[in-house]
Design a protein around this ligand. Structure first.
Ligand code: PLP
Length: 387
């Protein structure tokens, strides 16, 4: 059988290699500690689970959902935007429910990319921006995120000829994998750039609620005029420990939202309504609950950064996200350092090169493993000596 080019062209999923290495260690009777995958270990809040129990018994929810989501779910997202960002959205036309943000991110290029069209994608980045573009037959032009620019895009570095041809631009702050944050001035620049070149602006904002030390992340939709060209993706996966339930949303320009709805309605039939009710419950979690949840990560963050510094790495504490992004020591590549950590102290980290060529020279440690494992992992790391 001959597989389609889009399947042949798929890179191996980043964590497959890591899972294999872990399995091999296991065969040798060694339990590794993995700082690899970003997937909250803390359970979904009880109020959210209780909501599912009740909602599951309502026969209304036993039938097909609408692709765009329950009006009540979309109203909850509108309320979140208004309370949290001071942004007013019409839930009827400017908000759509997603089966996890990933689903919308993967499908969005189908709205804007014809074969040969260009999407601008940061490097390093969440791999789905590029793959979604490839699935749509488009071409990705990467924009390197450099440490000296605080991992923000330098719009002046983008070739005008490329910008003129580009149909979409992806940005993601607070950023996975670098932990970088962006302020409203940066978002203003992004909006201006995309307006100048008539580019659809996609902001992946999955980590706006996972913040530390009084940092408050803005929404791109706070920028006047952003709604003319932008949509923003949100997810309850990281905010409310709900990766397993798949609840996300997109909000912003009504034409863009409508295009995504039309694509989606031909692919899926929406997210289970009982789970949308969980999403509504999660959107009403108190600020105190969010702070307490973030505090767990903050404590882990501080411990991890301290240990990395102790062994001689130049690690800094990020103001947001679940990740520590740090340079490997001189003389190593992302892969060779990752291998050495696994071999010598049985600790898994993610090689930065897995997020793009510009991630080379970095590793990523995720804060989503239980505290006792973090402590054991750090105990092992502290025994590591740079040669
Ligand atoms: C986790 C993550 C997502 C996926 O969110 P889901 O709602 O679980 O699909 C999207 N973008 C980034 C950058 C992420 O880290």
């Amino acid at each position: 059988m001959k597989f389609a080019k889009r399947v042949q062209d798929l890179p191996p999923y980043l964590f497959v290699g890591i899972s294999r290495a872990i399995a091999k260690k296991k065969e040798q009777g060694i339990e590794v500690i993995s700082f690899g995958i970003g997937d909250p270990d803390i359970p979904t809040p009880k109020s959210v689970i209780d909501r599912l129990k009740t909602a599951s018994e309502n026969p209304i929810h036993h039938r097909y959902p609408e692709s765009e989501g329950l009006p009540e779910f979309r109203e909850s997202v509108a309320k979140f935007y208004s309370d949290r960002f001071g942004v007013n959205l019409d839930y009827k036309t400017e908000i759509i429910n997603l089966i996890g943000a990933k689903e919308g991110i993967a499908h969005a290029p189908l709205c804007f990319i014809d074969p040969g069209d260009i999407a601008l994608v940061p490097n390093p980045a969440y791999p789905v921006y590029e793959i979604g573009t490839m699935f749509a037959g488009g071409e990705t032009v990467f924009i390197d995120l450099l440490e000296e620019n605080d991992f923000l895009i330098d719009f002046s570095s983008i070739d005008t000829k490329v910008a003129k041809k580009a149909k979409m631009l992806w940005i993601n702050y607070p950023n996975n994998p670098t932990g970088a944050i962006a302020n409203l001035d940066f978002y203003k620049e992004a909006v201006e750039f995309c307006k100048n070149f008539d580019i659809a602006l996609m902001h992946d904002a999955c980590y706006t609620e996972v913040t530390f030390d009084d940092y408050v992340a803005p929404s791109i939709l706070q920028v006047p005029g952003a709604k003319d060209i932008a949509i923003e993706f949100h997810s309850l996966s990281k905010t409310a420990n709900m990766t397993g339930w798949r609840v996300g949303s997109a909000a912003g320009n009504p034409d863009l939202i409508n295009a995504l709805m039309r694509v989606k309605s031909n692919i899926d039939s929406g997210l289970s309504q009982a789970i949308q009710e969980m999403g509504m419950e999660a959107l009403s979690l108190s600020k105190d609950w969010i702070n307490e949840n973030n505090n767990i990560y903050k404590k882990r963050r501080d411990k991890v950064v301290a240990t990395l510094q102790e062994i001689g790495l130049d690690a800094k504490a990020p103001s947001a996200t679940l990740y520590i992004w740090t340079r490997v020591p001189d003389g190593y590549t992302s892969a060779s350092f990752t291998e050495r950590l696994l071999e010598e102290v049985n600790v898994v980290v993610t090689p930065g090169s897995g997020y793009g060529t510009a991630g080379e020279g970095f590793i990523r440690l995720s804060l989503t493993i239980p505290d006792d494992q973090i402590d054991e992992g750090l105990n092992r790391l502290s025994k590591f000596t740079l040669k």
